[in-house]
Design a protein around this ligand. Sequence first.
Ligand SMILES: [Zn+2]
Length: 361
Amino acid sequence: MLRRRDFLKRTAATGIAAAISRPGLAAPQTAGVHGPRAGIAQTVLGPLDVSKLGYTLPHEHIGDGPFFLGKWSKGGRAAFTAEAVEKLKQMRAAGIDTIVDLTPYDVGRDIRFLEEVSHKSGLHMIAATGQRFFPPQYPGVSMPSRTVEGLAEFFIKEIEQGIDGTDIKAGVIKIGVISGQPTELEATGLRAAVRASKATGLPIRIHTDAAKRAGVSDAVILEEADMDPSRVSFDHSDGIDDMDYFLGLVRRGYCLGMDHVHRGTAANASPSFERRAECIKLLAEAGFAGKIFLSQDAEFGGSLLAEDAKDFRSKLDPADGMLFTARKLIPHLKQIGVSDGDIHTMTVENPRSFFAISQHR
Ligand SMILES: [Zn+2]
C-alpha cells in the first residue's frame, strides 16, 4: 500500500489522484470477469475517465511514424505529420475513439509525435513502456537494464515520471516474447513487467507467437510472479486456431488479442480469415466475449508511404489500415452470428476495464 500512496502522491500534480477521488465517480469495484468498471486511463494528453475511451484499438503502432519519414517523398516532418493527422481524423470520423500505441522505446517510439497527432486528430492515444525486442536474438538491441529490478525501475519511471524527458506518461506495459518458450532475457522482461504493473496498476500486453502456444509458457512465469491474469493480454493470439489453447487461457482469466485477423486474407494463409473469425465467435458463444480484444497491429507510418516505398512489414498490414476491424471484421462477425452486445463488449467494454489504472494492488 505504501507503494501506491507514493505513486498517488507523486502523480497528484498531473491530476490522476484528483480524478480518482472525484466525487460522483463510481467507487472502484473488485476486478471480476470484466475487471474494474470505473476508473482512469493514462493517455498521452493526461489522465482520462475510462468512460471516454469509447471504441478502442488496443494494439497498434503510431508512435514509430517518424521512422518512415526517410522513405516519404512528399515533404518534411511538418507535412508528414499533417498527412498523418488527416488520416487519423478519418478514423475518428469512422467511429474510432482511442488508439493504444504498443511501440516501446526500442522500436523507434517518438512520444512528441504521438502527442501532436493525438492533440490535432482528437483521437485519444495511450503510449506504452516496455521492451519489444531482446538480445541476443536481435543483435544490437539495447536494454536499459538486464535485471528485473533495473528494467522495472525504467518501466516505472516512464509510467510515473514521463517518457524521454517529457511529462508524457505511459498507460500500458508491452513486452515482446518472440520465442515459443521465453528466453532468459524475455523472462526477465516478463518479471519486470509484473513488478511494474503491481507498482503502478497498469495492465500488460504481450506479443506472443500463438502458433507455438507461447501464452502457455508465458503464463508459467506470470503465475510464479503472482500476476493477476485479468490484467494480461496475449496479443496476436489468432495466429493459431486451437480452441483448447484459447479456452485454457481465458478460463484461467487471461485476455486474448485477436489482431492479425487480416493476415488470414492472404492466399493460403493458415488459419484463414474465416477460421480466425469463427474462433472469435466460438469464444463469444462459450461466454468469453469479455476476454477478447479486436485490433490490427498495423504500422501506421507505413500506410502513409507510396506503394513502391513500402517494405514487407507495411505490406502485411491491411489495405484498410486501422479501419480493417470496423470495415471488414466486425461486419463479418455479425454475419456469422456474433451479437451486437458481444461486439460492444470486445471493442468498448473490455478496453474500458483493461486500461483503467488498477486500484487493487
Ligand atoms: Zn505490435
